[in-house]
Design a protein around this ligand. Structure first.
Ligand code: NAD
Length: 255
């Protein structure tokens, strides 16, 4: 028996990094998974990985900034598998700049993907989860939701992740009585493609290495270590947890 047998899951940002690891782990535990990403080929390849391992998945091309596309994602997941009961919002981008040097365009781009994109996915997941009568939402926040110390990270990212945490708490408060839980999983530095995919430069790679050095455990995390926590938050093992910020950060926020 899998820990998510019978569950229908949507994972955004599922083509890469933390989202990919979550999609694979969720499928291994018996859920049917819609792997959604703006990178269609990446989503398709994760979907094939799941299916060849005996799991059930579809790949969906979706830009989380666009409400029509998000609505289409949930509609496709629902008609293919049934009402959505699990959501992981992992689509995200990062930028590195000092606040006084941040163009409005850069601020907006990061807010649009990380905060507005999360809001849209949560909104459409809630509609399906209310029909199902239960659900668990895991938003991917960051230590940046609460820590200002890693000062190379730009203002849009910090503000977006702080917003994701508070949005998650609000959803927990508003929908707890309806059987829907929402928790914000906040990773520390994790080895993924996010730096290269963002404003990829040697300088940013160095920034990441510096961030990782600040982790008490002395290393960056692995995507599967974050996925393991997401799985716990989606499963009934965390049935009395909602509105929590859950840190998987090698101790980053303790120092
Ligand atoms: P990643 O770049 O490997 O994965 C992000 C995915 O999001 C990519 O597949 C990308 O194509 C997708 N994406 C980007 N814009 C999109 C859009 N508009 N619509 C749909 N999909 C889109 O990065 P990751 O490190 O796995 O990041 C996943 C999440 O984890 C992000 O929210 C990130 O902020 C968060 N996070 C990452 C770290 C880290 O150190 N890697 C730390 C804390 C939090």
């Amino acid at each position: 028996m899998g820990r998510l047998d019978g569950s229908v899951a949507v994972v955004t940002g599922g083509a890469s990094g933390i989202g990919r690891a979550c999609a694979l782990a969720i499928a291994r535990e018996g859920a049917s998974v819609a792997v959604a990403d703006i990178e269609e080929h990446g989503a398709q390849s994760v979907c094939e990985e799941i299916v060849s391992a005996g799991g059930v998945a579809i790949a969906v091309s979706c830009d989380v900034r666009d409400e029509a596309q998000v609505a289409g994602l949930f509609s496709l997941a629902t008609t293919t598998f049934g009402e959505v009961t699990s959501l992981v919002t992992s689509a995200g981008i990062v930028s590195f700049e000092q606040t006084g040097d941040c163009d409005l365009e850069d601020w907006q781009r990061v807010i649009d993907v990380n905060l507005t994109g999360t809001f849209l996915c949560v909104k459409h997941a809630l509609a399906s989860m209310q029909v199902a009568g239960s659900g668990s939402i895991v938003t991917i926040g960051s230590v940046s939701a609460v820590v200002a110390g890693n000062t190379d990270v730009g203002p849009g990212y910090k503000a977006a992740k702080g917003g994701v945490l508070q949005l998650t708490r609000l959803v927990a408060a508003q929908y707890g009585a309806k059987g829907i839980r929402a928790n914000c999983l906040c990773p520390g530095p994790v080895d993924t493609g996010i730096i290269e995919a963002g404003q990829g430069s040697q300088e940013n790679a160095t920034t990441f290495a510096r961030l990782a050095q600040g982790v008490p455990m002395g290393r960056a995390g692995r995507p599967d270590e974050i996925a393991a926590v997401a799985l716990f938050l989606l499963s009934s093992e965390s049935s009395y947890m909602t509105g929590s910020a859950v840190f998987a950060d090698g101790g980053y926020t303790t120092v």
